[in-house]
Write a protein that binds this ligand. Structure first.
Ligand code: GLN
Length: 454
């Protein structure tokens, strides 16, 4: 089959289901068809092909794409047309993927249900009454619904893994610094990481292979050698030491989720892994620390949206200050404003020690919890999220409940380590995700364990 066939198939499927799923913010059909045609012509001339030749991809809309609107699902950026590609997009162009469009998300990646998109909600393909998760909800839903072959998301506190879990796909958050953040619109720079959202673990390894590796344009990008992730997929996990944190099975974990994860662990044990219970004692402080750290960084990162440099400028301001104020009041949605206010408060001189500094200290303790466990174990395994996807609208007026969904994903970002979510069962027709957490830069072991279980 030709690349044009693949791209046709993608848009056919989009025509069938997109009216209900709403995973896309922008469809890039003309470019996609032209790229497909060029790739097909190239194939006639020579059979050298890129790593991901011709595969249809979707990019989360906070990843900048040259000449294609990049909105972050915000009214502020509804007309923002970047003049360059993010490094990941550049690398995937080299790998010869075809971009199908830009994916729906929570505004500026703040949220866990896609209900903070300022354009429209996205829905879970398994049950349209439920959320797809977030903030990379569109990226997850489109893969689950078969609209794209795979996609990229970003994960600051779970935004790849949680929607992957809710939509029954594979989502990988790489080690902080493994994948370039150049061209990812920053939410919380010390936590943000781009990663693959795919139907299976093998594709995740392929996609990671294409995007990982040092980038001089990102000063926090690590100078490490990128291993061959594909060769890690041996199917062999004999002797793998798996730690199961008791804190990840406590109060608030849905019994069906607990059961599914425990039986997944049984399977891994049968495959030869050694499974033991451990403790990550500071887990209960992770959500609080995360929301202080991430909101503080967000308040600083989002200061650049002043109505002058990017996006939409408010009309008829009285003076310069009023221009800033009006543009920001009109451009940002309420969750984004909540985070900015939280962040500026936590960073303000009178409160800095009590909140920001304290949160950073807790972050160090959480990181040490992981380091202690990784002295003896290869991976940490637990649920990705305490429950399956909730009903659209059911948590909207309760931000704190919404934040608590992140309890099992945010520690990973605070520690900077990699983690994957893979499907491990269903409860009432909705997918359950298994989370496998690894040592820094040891994506190979994470992928190997995930692949063996899958
Ligand atoms: N749900 C979390 C939040 O709202 C995670 C977001 C993310 O990873 N981008 O901050």
């Amino acid at each position: 089959i030709s690349v044009s066939d693949l791209v046709n198939e993608s848009y056919d499927r989009i025509n069938q289901v997109e009216g209900k799923v709403k995973a896309f913010l922008t469809l890039d059909e003309e470019n996609a068809r032209a790229t497909a045609k060029a790739l097909d012509e190239q194939l006639v001339k020579s059979d050298t092909r890129g790593l991901l030749f011709g595969l249809p991809i979707g990019y989360k809309d906070n990843i900048v794409t040259e000449g294609v609107t990049t909105t972050c699902a915000s009214q502020f950026l509804r007309n923002f047309n970047p003049v360059y590609d993010a490094t990941v997009v550049e690398r995937l162009k080299e790998a010869q993927v075809v971009s199908i469009g830009k994916m729906n998300m929570d505004e500026f990646a703040m949220g866990g249900s896609n209900e903070n998109s300022s354009f429209y909600d996205c829905y879970n393909p398994w049950n349209l009454d439920h959320v797809p998760g977030g903030s990379s909800g569109g990226s997850a839903a489109a893969v689950a619904a078969g609209e794209v072959y795979f996609s990229l998301g970003s994960d600051t506190g779970g935004s790849i893994r949680q929607p992957a879990s809710y939509c029954g796909i594979v989502g990988l958050k790489p080690t902080h610094g493994l994948v370039s953040r150049f061209g990812l619109v920053a939410f919380a720079s010390s936590l943000d990481q781009i990663g693959p959202m795919t139907k299976n673990v093998e594709d995740s390894a392929y996609l990671l292979q294409a995007i990982a590796g040092h980038d001089p344009k990102d000063s926090t990008s690590a100078e490490v050698d990128v291993p061959d992730y594909l060769s890690a997929l041996t199917g062999d996990i004999r002797g793998l030491r798996i730690a199961v944190p008791k804190e990840y099975f406590g109060e608030g974990i849905d019994p069906q989720v607990r059961e599914a994860v425990l039986s997944a662990l049984k399977v891994m044990e049968r495959l030869g892994a050694v499974v033991e219970e451990v403790s990550l004692p500071h887990s209960e402080y992770a959500v609080a620390a995360y929301y202080v750290v991430s909101s503080s960084e967000a308040s600083s990162n989002l200061a650049r949206f002043d109505g002058v440099r990017y996006g939409v400028r408010a009309e008829n301001p009285d003076n310069l200050l009023d221009l800033y104020r009006k543009s920001r009041s009109e451009g940002f949605g309420s969750e984004v404003k909540r985070r900015i206010m939280l962040g500026t408060y936590a960073l303000s001189s009178g409160y800095y020690d009590a909140y920001y500094l304290k949160a950073q200290q807790v972050r160090t303790l959480i990181k040490q919890d992981f380091e202690n466990v990784f002295e003896k174990y290869d991976v940490i395994v637990g649920p990705t999220v305490p429950t399956t996807a909730f009903k659209v609208g059911s948590q909207l007026d309760d931000p704190l409940t919404m934040y608590l969904n992140d309890i099992l994903t945010v520690p990973v970002n605070l520690a900077g380590v990699p983690a994957i979510s893979i499907p491990c069962g269903f409860a009432d027709g909705l997918p359950i995700g298994l989370q496998i957490i690894g040592k820094a830069f040891d994506e190979s072991t994470v992928l190997r364990a995930a692949h063996a279980f899958e």
